[in-house]
Every structure is written in C-alpha cells, then in structure tokens.
Design a protein around this ligand. Structure first.
Ligand code: NAD
Length: 433
C-alpha cells in the first residue's frame, strides 16, 4: 500500500463524466467541477437531469447554492450517452442493490459498462466506484467496457475506487476522506491516483482492483458485525438486569484496542445491510462455503426490529394495555439521523410487525412528509406538534435522534418511551433498548 498526497497539475482541466447522479455521484461531480474539471453528470433518469439543470438538488448534503456554483463552473447533467465519447475520465456511481433472491444485482453496473463500451475512446480512464464483490471490475465491468474489440487494456485504463461517502456527516466529505484506488494494470492505478489527487487530499494506492474492492467490504462488514455484537448483547443484558449502554461507556474509556458500537433498532441504508451480502454470496458462489460471521450478523441485525417490537409490547403490557388498538408513535423513520434517505430503514419491518399486531401507528419525522408502509402524513411540522402527538400516544419509540428533535421535551412529554439510541435523559418513563 502506498499513500500519495501530491497533485497532478495537468489533470484538472480534463473532461469528466460521472455516471449516476445520486448520493455518491452528484457530490463527486460537484467537487470535481469546483476543481476545474469540465463535468457532465450522465443520468438516465430524465426528471433528475431536468431538476439538476434547473438548479434543484435532490440530495440532502447538496444545497441548491452549491449546485448553482458548480453549474457556473461548467457542470451540467445529461441523459445523452454520446457525452461519453468526449470524456477523458469516466466515473461510474450506479446502484448495486440485492436481487429478490438476496444475491448481487449488478444489472446497473453491466448496463453502465455496456453504454461506456459503445462510446469510449482510446486514452480514457474509466473508474468503477459502486460497491461490489471482489472481481467485479475485472470479470464483469472491464469485458463490457472493452466489448467493441478495437481497444485493449492499454488503451482504456480501468480501475476500481470504493466510495466512502457518509451522508449527513458534517466533518468528512469528498475532499478530506482518503480515497483508495486499484487498477487492473499499474498504469490504471497511477492514472486513478493522479485523477483523485487533484481534488481529494489523500489517495491510497491498493495493490490492484480486487484489493480496492475488498477494502470497502472489510469496512462495511466490520460495522455490520460489530453492530450485531452489541445488538445481541443488549438482549441478554436486559434479561440479566445489566445496563449495556453504561458498560459500553466504561469500555470506551480504554484508549487502545476498543471501538465503541451501540445497540439500535437494526441496520439500514444501501451499504451496511447490503454490501456484506455481496461478499458472502461471492464466497459461497466461488468457493462453496459460508462466510459465517456475515450470516450471523445478518440474522441478528435483521431480528433487531422484531426485538424492538417485543420491547414495545412489554412496555404496554406493564401498563395493562394490549398492542391491538394501542396508539404507538414512532419518532424518526429514516435509516440514519439528519437525512431523508429511508432505504432499508428498520422502521419498515418494525411498522409491519406493529401493524400486524393491530397497533394504531403514528409517526413524526422532519425529513419524511409521508410514509408508505404506514400510509399517513408525518405529525412533525413543529416541536409543539410532536409534543401533542406524544401526549396523544400510549407509547413512543425513538428510532432516530434527528438534531431537529427536542430530546428533553420528548422525554418530558412521552407517557412512556423506548429509546433505541440511548440519547434521552434518564427521567421516569424513558426506557433504553
Ligand atoms: N449512498 C451512500 O451513502 C453510499 C456510500 C458508499 C457507497 N455507496 C455505493 O455507491 C453506489 C451508488 O449509490 P448511491 O447511493 O449514489 O445510489 P443512488 O440511487 O442515490 O444514485 C444512483 C444513480 O444512478 C443512476 N443510474 C442507474 N443506472 C444508471 C446507468 N446505467 N448509468 C448512469 N446512471 C445510472 C440512477 O438513476 C441514480 O440516480 C452503490 O454501489 C452504493 O452501494 C453508496
């Protein structure tokens, strides 16, 4: 592994096409535009393209002002794939979801690679950023990029660079989060390093594309497994009468060899619940055996919303109430705090369980005006609305501690509340997971 911090003075005037203008692609495109690249955001969703070209951002972390500044610096969005023929650098940031059967769904990576293959010209650097299993760049992506047959691996340089963006993180963004790069050839690695080095402070060179692909999966599997560890421990700690939250606070004082993870209502988003499955599926498909740590973590984290439902049931039971007909208020239904992204949110399976038990479910979320599984509108438009909803419910559940929530007021006004984030003051009526 080699760490590069130098800049390539020639590259920032190149033409860049970023494929996919979502949570990952748009911030990257705007950052590169601010550095001097002539950037086109290629996006097949024409409504997104129209909105971006009209100056309206659909991504939480990107304001319309930032988008406007990038447009003035030369950024534009397009659904026309011929823009790829003009590119010196193409970066692919398309979704990599799970299929209905739970395995990798690489359809969008394949389509993007095929589109590049139809237009790419010699001398282009093509980088895949979408999270995927090790071997994808070499076995799935590159053959499609080079499918036309007139260009080889020396003509089109192909690399993988894992995306590490953390939506809602006020400290770490595109510029100051170190970037790992690994090419299919040494020349591709150097080119990718030089490209990112023009607008990212630290670029880390991996041995090759597979190591770069694996680096991302280690990061996310590490989180998945450690969250599962505390999510399993919280259950038996409660049964043993031990405050696990306090124990974690104590353990955290060790200045070396420990990193604190805290229990929660389950894992959500497009990374933690999805990426480790890519790796376990790959191991099973290629080698025939299981990646047991991931399978166990999945089992535990998938069961977390059901455990939350059982704790809600107990809190009602303690007050002589049944879940059927009980007015249950969920606070925060996104997968993490302070963003609007609801993908894979544990609020969905929790709601499904509570609704199947006959609960009268309500919710409040400043980022989610309406919520399909529940079929109603958020009660959140002011702190008073939340107070009123709390007074009107039998039990509340804090699922996300959005900064817009007044935690002291929530603790004061809830008749009984289950705090799945361990953030509410320890006053009567507040119960930690
Ligand atoms: N969101 C995150 O926090 C995050 C963090 C790290 C890594 N990732 C990974 O980055 C990748 C992209 O995730 P995202 O959150 O930006 O997804 P997203 O859904 O927000 O955006 C992806 C965009 O790609 C577009 N797209 C689909 N097919 C395309 C094609 N063939 N060509 C061009 N564009 C196409 C979609 O219309 C969409 O606008 C995924 O592999 C994800 O796992 C995401």
């Amino acid at each position: 592994m080699v760490v590069h911090e130098e800049l390539d003075p020639h590259m920032s005037s190149s033409r860049l096409v970023v494929m996919g203008q979502g949570y990952v692609g748009l911030p990257l495109a705007l950052r590169a535009a601010a550095t001097g690249f002539a950037v086109t955001g290629y996006e097949p969703n024409t409504a997104t393209v129209e909105a971006l070209n009209a100056g309206t951002s659909h991504i939480d972390d990107i304001s319309d002002e930032e988008l406007g500044a990038a447009k003035r610096a030369g950024y534009s969005a397009s659904s026309d794939p011929t823009v790829l023929a003009e590119a010196d650098v193409i970066v692919v940031c398309v979704p990599t979801p799970l299929s209905d059967a739970g395995g990798p769904d690489l359809t969008m990576v394949e389509t993007a690679a095929e589109t590049i293959g139809q237009h790419v010209q010699a001398g282009c650097l093509v980088i895949l950023e979408s999270t995927t299993y090790p071997g994808t760049t070499e076995e799935v992506f590159a053959p499609r990029v080079l499918a036309r047959g007139d260009l080889g691996a020396d003509d089109v340089l192909i690399a993988f660079s894992p995306e590490r963006i953390d939506p809602g993180n006020p400290t770490y963004g595109v510029k100051n989060t170190p970037k790992v790069v690994g090419g299919l050839t040494p020349a591709a690695t150097v080119a990718a390093k030089n490209f990112y080095g023009t607008f990212i402070d630290t670029v880390v060179e991996a041995k090759g594309a597979k190591e770069a692909e694996m680096a991302k999966l280690i990061e996310n599997t590490f989180r998945h497994v450690n969250i599962a560890l505390v999510n399993e421990m919280v259950r038996f700690s409660d049964d043993l009468g031990i405050d696990l939250w306090d124990a974690i606070n104590c353990a955290e004082t060790k200045p070396f060899g420990f990193m604190a993870f805290r229990p929660g209502p389950g894992v959500g988003g497009h990374c933690i619940p999805v990426d480790p499955s890519y790796l376990s599926h790959r191991v099973k498909a290629k080698l025939g055996y299981a990646f047991r740590m991931v399978e166990m973590a999945e089992e535990i984290n998938d069961a977390a919303p059901t455990y939350v439902a059982s704790r809600v049931w107990r809190l009602l039971n303690d007050r002589g109430l049944a879940v059927r007909g009980a007015r249950i208020l969920l606070l925060g239904v996104t997968y993490k705090a302070d963003i609007a992204d609801r993908r894979e949110s544990p609020a969905d399976p929790l709601a499904a369980t509570l609704l199947s038990w006959g609960a009268d479910l309500r919710y409040a979320d400043p980022f989610v005006p309406s919520w399909a599984p529940h079929g109603s509108e958020s009660v959140f438009s002011s702190a008073e609305d939340v107070e009123k909803a709390l007074k009107d419910c039998d039990v509340a559940v804090l699922l996300q501690s959005h900064a817009k929530f007044d935690l002291a007021s929530i603790a004061e006004h809830a008749p009984v509340i289950l705090d799945t984030r361990g953030v509410l003051p320890p006053v009567p009526g507040v119960n930690r997971l």
